[in-house]
Design a protein. Structure first.
Length: 187
């Protein structure tokens, strides 16, 4: 497995504890050590209980729990499909789909791009220009990866993007029919 920067990984994922809406352009699927994931899960579950007692939404904490369970290899109490039905708005649904796609992409599992594309579609109206184009570029590059039903060893975003860039570079000589899927930016 690639080297992991636990400080950076935890700080991004820990942003889901904040009361402000989480960033839709962040990468939440950096592989986490099981000890760190277990600690975050305990904190997320305690936060969910506090939110429920206060009558507040705990959606972001449920997304955090899904992330933690993914790295612990355990089943979350509420899965993606059920949590999607509880999304209060497009921001929450976009976050959920982006995170699900990121978790699948980190292991190069089939279906990752569908979640990432749906999450991007929902997130696009809420993004500033810089975030929009960064996310668009990231997803276009991740689309070059070979996805499979058999999970690979989890990789961090930098490793995934490096691999995708190499694959993309090798494809330069191939004749490909490229369909422009982003008519909102290219006319």
């Amino acid at each position: 497995m690639a080297l992991i920067d636990p400080v950076n990984d935890v700080s991004t994922v820990s942003g889901l504890f904040d009361r402000e809406p989480p960033s839709l352009s962040a990468w939440y699927a950096e592989p986490l050590d099981t000890v760190v994931a277990g600690d975050l899960l305990v904190r997320a579950e305690a936060g969910q209980q506090a939110c429920l007692r206060a009558g507040e939404s705990c959606f972001r904490l449920r997304v955090l729990a899904i992330i933690c369970h993914a790295w612990l290899g355990s089943e979350p109490e509420i899965r993606h499909e059920a949590l999607a039905a509880l999304a209060g708005d497009a921001h929450e649904r976009a976050l959920l789909d982006l995170v699900q796609g990121q978790l699948l992409a980190s292991r190069k599992i089939s279906g990752a791009m569908e979640y990432l594309q749906n999450g991007f579609r929902l997130a696009a109206p809420q993004l500033g220009a810089t975030e929009y184009f960064a996310l668009l570029q990231r997803h276009d590059l991740l689309d070059c990866l070979p996805y499979s039903v058999n999970p690979s060893v989890p990789q961090n975003l930098a490793s995934l993007l490096n691999e995708a860039a190499v694959i993309n570079r090798l494809r330069v000589g191939e004749r490909r029919h490229h369909v422009i899927g982003h008519l909102d930016t290219v006319g």
